[in-house]
Design a protein around this ligand. Sequence first.
Ligand code: PMP
Length: 286
Amino acid sequence: MSRIAYVNGRYVPHRDATIHVEDRGFQFADGVYEVCEVRAGRLIDERRHLDRLDRSLSELRIVPPMTRAALSVVIRETVRQNRVRDGIVYLQVTRGIARRDHAFPDKPIPASLIVTSRSADPVKRDKAADAGVGVITVPDNRWDRVDIKTVGLLPNVLAKQAAKEAGAKEAWFVDAKGEVTEGSSTNAWIVTADGIVVTRPAEHGILRGITRAVILDILAAAGLKLEERAFTLAEARAAREAFFTSASNIVVPVVKLDGAVVGDGKPGPVVSRLREEFYRFAEASA
Ligand code: PMP
């Protein structure tokens, strides 16, 4: 079965799914995106993802391509046409097509919208998380508005590639102060020797992960201690547990950091509990 993409008003096979050479997403990474999990045929946390999309768009003064209700229909239809029960749906909105010029076009232009969806094997994903994964660290060389979910992801691409070449699953960015900001496509967490869960506050230095927000709800409900503050690489090395979160992988235990064992080298009790509880707290669409 060929995969189908929604591109600016049409559902087309991937081989025909093309955008204009002067789309500002292509020319300038002048666009934003979202990735939402599909699980057992339902969208996970759609509301929060679309809220974040609205925020990203408004920070960049891009007018949404359609209403939220219409976008919801397109998302569902793309998932349906690709027969995805478990996987992800990806949406990207760019400022649109205009003669190449750095400044915004003078005349309003319609934003471009693409939506794709693909299956992922939840069993395979769970297996990786059962064992725990390795993470490497790289200097955070991104701009200071990474809270906007833009498609300008080159530093993230290079970080993920470095992780892959090192045999690790993710790369954590470390800023000039020696503090971990986040992963190349995930938020970063540790559990200290005292059992306190620590993650960086959602300011401009990290993306406000939707999975992160759900984890905060679980921690509060479970009465687990949380500190929303930056943590250093040294603290991460000494942590009892470490993990990362994202909509496509949910909660993944980190058992190796730059080649050194974290905690006792196995997924710990806090991360295991968060994995267990996640879908009780996330919102699943009807
Ligand atoms: N940080 C970055 C840089 C990301 O790209 C992502 C994934 N989109 C996340 C964090 C996790 O966010 P979410 O839980 O919303 O997927």
